[in-house]
Ligand binder design. Structure first.
Ligand SMILES: Nc1ncnc2c1ncn2[C@@H]1O[C@H](COP(=O)(O)OP(=O)(O)OP(=O)(O)O)[C@@H](O)[C@H]1O
Ligand SMILES: [Mg+2]
Length: 162
């Protein structure tokens, strides 16, 4: 397990992180996004979706539908979950989340709400407001396996730009 703490100074820095992560994603990957309301989970998720599906002009929030599916020109489906309104972890099974975790790339806002159903192989991204109460965000990335290489790359690449 590798862990990296980053400071993102503005939404553009969060979007750059999203584009960077997007370039790595393949079927079976789960990006678990956690953090309080308004932290920037959707900003990061949208940046990933825009990178994977550049032809997509409408990226609605899955706040009420809980899941939104995208079909890129190439590669696996991309599924964007927002589990804020999930009543119990079991309800996620009705969304087909287990199959999605195998076949698709999954971006999951409020991922901790999955409890035991959150794959341990996920890239965990925690976003929190920065200390100065403006556009700064504190982001913590943690993951094992091939995420460790990505996290090391981000550590090198994002220096000086965030
Ligand atoms: N560095 C930053 N990174 C991301 N968003 C930022 C940043 N600075 C300011 N913001 C603003 O914070 C807000 C983040 O909103 P966003 O919808 O992404 O939050 P969220 O974590 O998805 O919240 P929710 O739990 O309600 O879905 C946006 O209005 C965005 O412009
Ligand atoms: Mg959101």
């Amino acid at each position: 397990m590798t862990r990296l703490d980053l400071t993102l100074r503005d939404p553009a820095a969060t979007e750059r992180l999203g584009h960077f992560i997007a370039g790595w994603l393949k079927a079976g990957d789960v990006v678990a996004l956690d953090g309080p309301l308004g932290a920037g989970k959707s900003v990061l998720a949208r940046a990933i979706i825009r990178h994977v599906c550049p032809q997509e002009d409408d990226i609605p929030s899955p706040t009420f539908t809980l899941v939104q599916t995208y079909e890129p020109a190439e590669g696996p489906s991309l599924m964007h979950f927002d589990l804020y309104r999930l009543d119990s972890p079991e309800d996620a099974l009705e969304l087909g989340i287990e199959d999605a975790f195998i076949d698709s790339v999954c971006l999951v806002e409020w991922a901790q709400r999955l409890g035991p159903y959150l794959p341990r192989t996920a890239l965990n991204v925690a976003i929190n407001p920065g200390p100065d109460n403006n556009d700064t965000r504190a982001v913590s990335l943690a993951g094992g396996g091939r995420w460790q290489t990505l996290i090391t790359e981000i550590d090198t690449q994002m220096q000086g730009v965030n």
